[in-house]
Design a protein around this ligand. Sequence first.
Ligand SMILES: O=C(O)CCC(=O)C(=O)O
Length: 328
Amino acid sequence: MDTMTFQRMSPEQRQQWDEDGYLVIKNALSAEEVGELVAEVDRLDEASQRLGRDPNTQFHAVNIINAAAEDLFQAEPGSNGTILRHEPCEAFLNLIDHPSHLGIVCELIGAAIQLCWSEAMVRPPSPTPGNRWHKDGSKPYYFASVDRLTPLQWARIGFFLTDVDRPDMGNFTVVPGSHRNGFPKLSQGLEHALTITSYTRFKQVEQIDAGVPGARQVTVRAGDAVLFHNALWHCVPPNRSQVRRKNLWYVYTPVWQRLGDRTENSPELLARCSAVRRQLLGAMVDPTTNGGIHPSDEDVPLVRLFEEKSFQQTMDAVDQEYIRATQR
Ligand SMILES: O=C(O)CCC(=O)C(=O)O
C-alpha cells in the first residue's frame, strides 16, 4: 500500500471555513507547477480558438484529466463537447492527489471521495460580469435544501494560475457565511436580486457585486488555491484588467454520486494510476458487487491512508462520535 502525506487544515483555515464557507491555501502550487499548468491551459485555449472561438470570450474545458472537451453546456445535447485534446494530461492528473490540498478536502468531506469534475478556465478582460450570483449544485446537478440549509456535497477547489490580486480582475467573489445564512437581503429589492441571479439577465448590470451586503472579491496570487462549500453564494464581476485570468476548478464528491463531467475514464489512464488515483477517478474495483453499494477497503484505499483505519471502522467512528455528542 502506498504512503501519502496529507496537509491538514490550520486553525485559521478551520475558522475561515466554518465562518465564511471557504478557505485559502496559500502557495498550494510551486512556480514550476504553475508554469507547466499555464502551458497546458494555453494549449487547450489555442485549440479551441483554432476551432473558431473568439479569444475575447470566456474559455471552459472540462474533463481535463482525460481528453479535455469544451464546456458541456456549449455542446450539442447528448454529445460530450468538442474534444480539444485526446491524450490524458499528466500535469492535470498530478493535481488530483496533490499533498497541498487532498488532506484538507478529506477533513471536510471525508476520504471516500472521487473527483467529479475537472475544468480549465480562462477569463479574458471584459466590461461585463463573468457569472451570475449562484450556489453550486445548480450545475450539473441541483442539491436540495432542508430548512434552507444545504449540506456539503461538492467540495470545489480553484487553483489560480495568474495573480488575481486586485478587485475587478474577474475575481472569484463570495458572500462570506452565505452557505449558512443564505443570500443577503438587497436594498435594491427583489427584481434586482432576480436579475443578478438569473442565467440570462445577469449581464444587464454593470457591477454584479454592487449593493450586495458583505460581498467580497477574493484576491489571490498565482499558485494559491481556494476551496469552497457548494452552498456558498458566489459570482464573477467584470475583468477590467489587462490580464487573462487563468485557473483550474476540481470538484470532489462522495463516491456514491455520479461523475459530473464524464461517464468513464480512459482505460489507458486507469492502467497507469495508483489505487488511490483510481478511487479518485471514480473507478470502483468491482462496481457490480460490493463496490456499488458498500465500498470495500479496496474500492476506497484513501480512507485507510487518511483515517489510519478501515472503511468499516471509519463508519463506526463517525456514528460513535455522533452518539457521544448527543449524550453529552
Ligand atoms: O470562476 C469563478 O470565479 C467562479 C466560477 C463559477 O461561478 C462557476 O463556474 O460556477
